[in-house]
Ligand binder design. Structure first.
Ligand code: PAF
Length: 279
């Protein structure tokens, strides 16, 4: 497995693989890899000749008071995991190599204003920008994203369609701990009590899945979910919403493909979870 640290050396290797007619899959990550990332890398390994993992904590998707500095990093562990999963290359650039000042940005405004975009106004602009850059640098045939970040996945699908990227976007299911908590690099911020409290998210998802039906009112689904979270003293709801799965706009009834998504603070840690429901 190769490790590249610059755009230039990455491009050189990619050109070589393209010349040999190889298909390329990209798994974009911010490192501190867990089983959720591993599932993306495995899927990518199955479907492509070459597997590229990017490992870059992208500064432009963090707001001024967010956890950019504290975000967990362990490149040695990441590279061992990638190697064990059969990745061919990890691209781990420095922020200086990726960004210069002033820098152009890409944003898909319509889908970015609800859910996480409301609390994190610059987040998806940073995500779209770095993903565009990675797509241009790696020129993959396919790119892999987790369904846990469902709004991110919807925005990237829209970006690829609107901006004519010739890349297949593959969404992969949420991977959970045995007790139901969705895997996340941010779970490492939780102390023992918070870790226990964080189970209210997956319990709310389970309840939402049980009560939803075609044509259900949003309140019928969201109220019992909110009640579970509100009963947990360490939890504070950012949002629990039902939205149209394509537009990310709030809806009153589950009468189309919907996303039921939440963000909840457990202490200072903001966690997300969701489920999709189709008609
Ligand atoms: O999902 C993530 O880890 C990040 O948002 C991504 C897609 C790697 C962009 O930095």
């Amino acid at each position: 497995m190769q490790v590249t640290k610059t755009v230039e050396e990455t491009r050189k290797q990619i050109k070589q693989w393209k010349k040999e007619g190889k298909t390329i899959g990209l798994v974009p990550t911010m490192g501190f890899l867990h089983e959720g990332h591993a599932s993306l890398i495995r899927k990518c390994r199955e479907q492509n000749d070459i597997v590229v993992v990017s490992d870059f904590v992208n500064p432009t998707q963090f707001g001024p008071n967010e956890d950019l500095e504290a975000y967990p990093r362990d490149f040695e562990r990441d590279s061992k995991l990638c190697e064990s999963l059969g990745a061919d290359l990890i691209f781990a650039p420095s922020p200086e190599d990726m960004y210069h000042d002033p820098h152009a940005f890409v944003s898909i405004d319509t889908l970015s204003e609800t859910l996480c975009g409301k609390t994190r106004p610059i987040h998806f602009k940073g995500v779209c920008t770095v993903v565009t850059k990675l797509f241009h640098i790696v020129a993959p045939d396919r790119a892999y994203f987790g369904e846990k970040d469902a709004q991110q996945l919807a925005i990237i699908r829209k970006m690829v369609k609107d901006l004519n990227f010739d890349i297949e976007i593959v969404g992969c299911p949420i991977v959970r701990e045995e007790d139901g908590l969705a895997k996340s690099s941010r779970n490492t911020y939780l102390n023992d009590k918070e870790r226990q409290a964080a189970l209210c998210l997956s319990r709310a998802v389970k309840t939402g899945k049980e009560v939803i039906y075609i044509g259900a009112d949003a309140k019928e689904v969201l109220n019992p979910m909110k009640a579970i979270i509100e009963a947990e003293p360490l939890a504070r709801i950012d949002y629990v919403m039902m939205v149209d799965a394509l537009t990310m706009q709030p809806i009153e009834k589950a009468d189309r493909d919907v996303l039921v998504a939440m963000a909840v603070y457990i202490g200072k840690t903001r966690l997300i979870d969701n489920f999709s429901y189709g008609v």
